[in-house]
Ligand binder design. Structure first.
Ligand SMILES: *Cc1c(COP(=O)(O)O)cnc(C)c1O
Length: 370
């Protein structure tokens, strides 16, 4: 029995080995290694791909979120509404600017922020709503933007998992005030190391992030604000430019695999992913739920299928956030999801035979489990 890997990153790099090495050679031979032609080239390409007017490359996804919040003027005393069931980076960005995290539960169907609950969580101190397009499915940005408009708030969306996901047919990236991206190697568009970006259609916000990422400076040795060093690396920008032309068809392969899973797993006693009306997913992850998840995962492992859990511990139960632990009962959905979610192998290089093995293993495991 061969093992089905959760995600084959090496295959993605192998497929594009020649254009990646060509891009790296170009960057190596340029003689200019920080904020040069490669970052400019990728920023233009990424703005155009996402449909946003501006893209600003930064060092990673966490910095994209943090600098985005800073550009929106978020700081101590402000509240930011975040999902209770996200990757901890979403929360850490809010904490990094000294603001207060206000966790809101997801919809049980989509795993994305529940708009009605967001509305109830808004207070006089709320400044930003920070939805995450979790697992690749676009969050319900239209009602969130309408709510933000009504209450005078800003929306910063965490698009680390959703390169190409759409709302009413339009790609995320230019639909809110600011969008934060990660190009961590395992994301749908991944660098060969850390990388990130912010996109926006607001020239003033783009400019603020551009200055913040580079020591608060526009002109060398003139520091307007207390910025940081969070520049997108030239070599990573070159790699991203080489990979971007493949993103659409790689996303399409993910969609085809997800559609097959949806069809062929429908009869099993699993909760399969559900999309909200009007949105699409780029299937960064294919996440099912099962009440005895750990046993199911072990059965799959015994049948050669690698799975992962996104995420085993919600942020409010992490030692990093001890103040939330006593109130953990306030987020029962996120708490239960952490015990029930299981991510199946999905990715542009998962072969048809591997998909068949995943489906057969699940059928057998569910029979064994009942
Ligand atoms: C990956 C990820 C991030 C952080 O990105 P890094 O580039 O690793 O800093 C933030 N939010 C979500 C939802 C992610 O999946």
């Amino acid at each position: 029995m061969t093992t089905v890997p959760f995600l084959d990153l090496k295959a993605a790099t192998q497929e594009l080995r020649a254009p990646i090495l060509e891009a790296l050679t170009r960057a190596t031979d340029s003689g200019w290694y920080v904020l040069g032609k490669e970052v400019n080239r990728f920023e233009e390409a990424w703005a155009s791909w996402t449909g946003a007017a501006h893209a600003v490359g930064v060092a990673n996804g966490l910095d994209a979120l943090t600098l985005g919040l800073q550009a929106l003027g978020v700081g101590p005393g402000d509240e930011v509404i975040v999902p209770s069931n996200t990757y901890i980076a979403t929360w850490l960005a809010v904490s990094a600017v000294g603001a207060t995290v206000v966790p809101v539960e997801p919809s049980e169907r989509t795993h994305n922020l529940d708009v009605a609950r967001v509305e109830q969580a808004v207070t006089a101190r709320t400044k930003v709503i920070l939805p995450v397009h979790l697992y690749g499915q676009a969050a319900e940005l239209r009602p969130l933007m309408a709510l933000a408009q009504r209450r005078g708030l800003k929306v910063l969306d965490d698009a680390a998992q959703s390169h190409g996901a759409t709302v009413d047919g339009v790609r995320v990236g230019g639909l809110t005030h600011l969008t934060a991206w990660s190009f961590y190697p395992g994301k749908n568009l991944g660098a060969l190391g850390d990388a990130g970006a912010v996109t926006t259609s607001d020239a003033v916000l783009a400019d603020k992030v551009r200055v913040l990422r580079n020591y608060g400076s526009r002109v060398k040795y003139a520091n307007e604000v207390r910025g940081v060093n969070s520049r997108l690396d030239e070599l990573q920008a070159a790699v991203l430019s080489a990979k971007l032309p493949s993103l659409d068809h790689w996303n399409q392969r993910r969609v085809a695999i997800a559609e097959r899973y949806q069809r062929e797993l429908a009869a099993l006693p699993l909760v399969l992913p559900v999309l909200a009306a009007g949105v699409s997913s780029v299937w960064h992850l294919y996440v099912v739920r099962h009440p005895r998840r750990d046993a199911l995962q072990a059965e799959l492992k015994a049948r050669g299928v690698e799975t992962l859990i996104h995420y085993p511990t919600p942020p409010f139960l992490q030692p990093a956030y001890p103040e939330f632990k006593p109130q953990a009962g306030r987020w029962p959905i996120a708490d239960r999801f952490a015990k029930e979610v299981l991510s199946l192998p999905i990715g542009p290089h998962l072969t048809s035979a591997q998909q068949t093995q995943v489906i057969a293993a699940l059928e057998a495991a569910c029979r064994a489990r009942g």
